[in-house]
Design a protein around this ligand. Sequence first.
Ligand code: NDP
Length: 270
Amino acid sequence: MAGLRVWSVLVTGANRGIGLGLVRQFLGTPSPPAWVFAACRDPKGQRAQELQNLASKHPNLVIIPLEVTDPASIKAAAARVEEHLVGSGLNLLINNAGITKLNSLDAETLENMTRIYTTNTVGPLLLGQAFLPLLKKAAQGSPGSALSCSKAAIINMSSYGGSITSPSGWDLMQIVSYRCSKAALNMLTKCQSLGYREHGILCAALHPGWVQTDMGALSQALGTGCLLSSAPQPAVTVDASVRGMLKVLSSLAEKDTGTFLDWQGKVVPW
Ligand code: NDP
């Protein structure tokens, strides 16, 4: 990610999977950000052990408590980040936290639809709102007017599953609540790109690939929740996905705001 010079970044859902991979690679880059904010639900708990280990070695890593479905938690996270930044802005907000629920069209419920939409779509909306002052500050403090992730950006972790033109994997899994939440996240990304352009903030949706994480493995389970040994395996390692996405982020420019790209930089049909 030679071109990505980010002074500060916040990643949600950072305690495992793709979020943890993003944090690791940000820390491992030759010129790492001055601040890497790793947001997770339970910073002191067992599930954040790897983050805690990383934080003990990297003073620029700060673990921030964040439940993305709770507006008070989001506001508190923004206040904590602001305290650390002492007058500077946040360059990059990566809305990565997400959930899915394996279900068929017939079995989908109000509870699932609501819970998944709240996490995957409303969370990124509220995070964008709460961090807007810090993102604006970063944009104002960065030279030039051209949009870039090094200046100020919101990246929403979407999914090919939310593509309406090409809703991949229907035969493997219907996951209607997840697909709808990601299609809505794509629209949110477009809205954010339109609304935040004037503030110098780039907004884009990314598909990370089918990645070897807890969620990626879940996708092998068909409907009933049982893992089938014959089911296809997630193709992409966390490392490869994150490496690809960071390269994509480093290349994003004016023309890319409001777009939907995959981890290799290819345009994904809405
Ligand atoms: P994982 O299930 O491995 O990790 C999900 C992360 O999100 C965890 O850190 C989890 O925290 C966090 N999270 C979930 N709900 C909340 C919440 N309410 N508040 C705060 N944090 C929360 O998923 P992946 O790493 O695979 O996925 C990351 C993103 O990439 C998701 O948005 C997903 O939709 C997307 N994606 C993934 C694909 C894949 O193949 N893996 C394919 C396409 C898209 P906790 O440990 O507390 O549960």
